[in-house]
Design a protein around this ligand. Structure first.
Ligand code: AFP
Length: 346
């Protein structure tokens, strides 16, 4: 009998192979650590910040899952900056993310859909965050997917000094990281630091996100168009033309009314999401700084595109915190086609 037989190594390998376990992806914490060097200013703070966001999202996820069981559904009785009615969970999610980021200490200022002005967190922090803590909140009460969207910028002024407008009003192209959390049939965190896009699925019993969608790619073409057709009469001729094109080609119409969910589906399956200018809202409905920039960064990093109908979203210089923009995003060929039809007026 040789040594390995004596030690029964063979049988231990076969037991290993026969285990039912499909290999589970790398845990988010480990993935962040392993990829820290990709980030040009690697010093651990951005990694910690992403962990803070992940942690807050787990708390929000727990609260979202309890909606209906305890008194957290329905209106909070207030309005946000855009005049939308704030839901209790909107307010709760804003508190959870703000607290987690304040505690972490890496963030000097936070721009949120739920706050009129930016929130001053810690002058020593190197990063600025723009966040929509709970997007699609009108879907909460009906158990439909909702999301969190975030953008991370490096501050421009020296740490330890007061925050300046140049720190806050940065173009999307200056994001150092961006992502979203989708509270759906499972909860996912998808993010980029400018080196591709990776998606992590939350395993609630282990309380951890695991890599489930490495190197996500938006298909170049697709057959899904996502737009609120109820607003059809107030769309421009170009948008109407594009909708006719979709219908003539028997594309599938899919619109959840939760941006993160619509975006995520189109990224996986191929499609285009459009929230155009309307007669009433000349700049559309969506917010540049905490909705469109993050998704535009992710779209481009996954091979897709994002524009306002004529200009790349990431090139738009924000002038106000809560600035709105028309938004066309998804499969590159579909976005280009929609833009081409937009540019020919009448
Ligand atoms: P709510 O947070 O008010 O539900 O708005 C969600 C949202 O900003 C975005 O998630 C949707 O894509 C978009 O609005 C839907 O807007 P319409 O209801 O006008 O189609």
């Amino acid at each position: 009998m040789n040594m390995s037989e004596a030690l029964n190594l063979k049988s231990s390998t076969s037991i290993e192979r026969s285990r039912i376990a499909h290999s589970i992806g790398t845990a988010l914490d480990r993935f962040i650590k392993l990829n820290q060097d990709q980030f040009q200013y690697a010093s651990g703070e951005l990694s910690q910040l992403l962990r803070d966001i992940a942690l807050a999202s787990k708390v929000v996820n727990r609260e979202v899952n309890k909606a209906g069981l305890i008194d957290i559904m329905g209106s909070a009785g207030s309005q946000n900056t855009g005049g939308d009615e704030q839901q209790k969970l909107d307010v709760l999610a804003n508190i959870r993310f703000t607290r987690a980021l304040a505690k972490g200490g890496e963030v000097c200022a936070l721009v949120s859909e739920e706050s009129e002005t930016y929130v001053d967190l810690n002058n020593e922090g190197k990063y600025v965050i723009a966040i929509d803590p709970l997007d699609g909140s009108s879907n909460i009460d009906v158990n439909v997917s909702i999301g969190t969207i975030f953008s991370v910028y490096r501050r421009k002024s020296p740490t330890g000094t007061p925050i300046l407008p140049i720190d806050i009003l940065q173009k999307g192209s200056e994001q150092v990281a961006a992502g979203y959390v989708l509270y759906g049939s499972s909860t996912m965190l998808v993010y980029t630091t400018g080196h591709g896009v990776n998606g992590f699925t939350y395993e609630p019993t282990l309380g951890e996100y695991f890599l489930s969608h490495p190197d996500m790619q938006t298909p170049e073409d697709g057959k899904i168009f996502s737009i609120n057709e109820g607003l059809y009469n107030s769309f421009s001729p170009g948008v109407k033309r594009y909708i006719s094109h979709c219908k003539d080609n028997f594309y599938t119409g899919r619109y959840i009314g939760s941006l993160v969910a619509d975006f995520h589906r189109n990224m996986l399956k191929g499609g285009v999401y459009i929230y155009p200018a309307t007669e009433k809202d000349k700049n559309g409905k969506l917010r540049l700084m905490y909705e469109c920039n993050a998704l535009a960064f992710i779209a481009e990093q996954s091979g897709g595109a994002a524009t306002n109908g004529s200009v790349r979203i990431l090139d738009i210089q924000p002038e106000r915190l809560h600035q709105r923009t028309p938004f066309y995003t998804g499969s590159i060929n579909m976005v280009e086609q929609a833009m081409a039809m937009n540019s020919t007026n009448e």
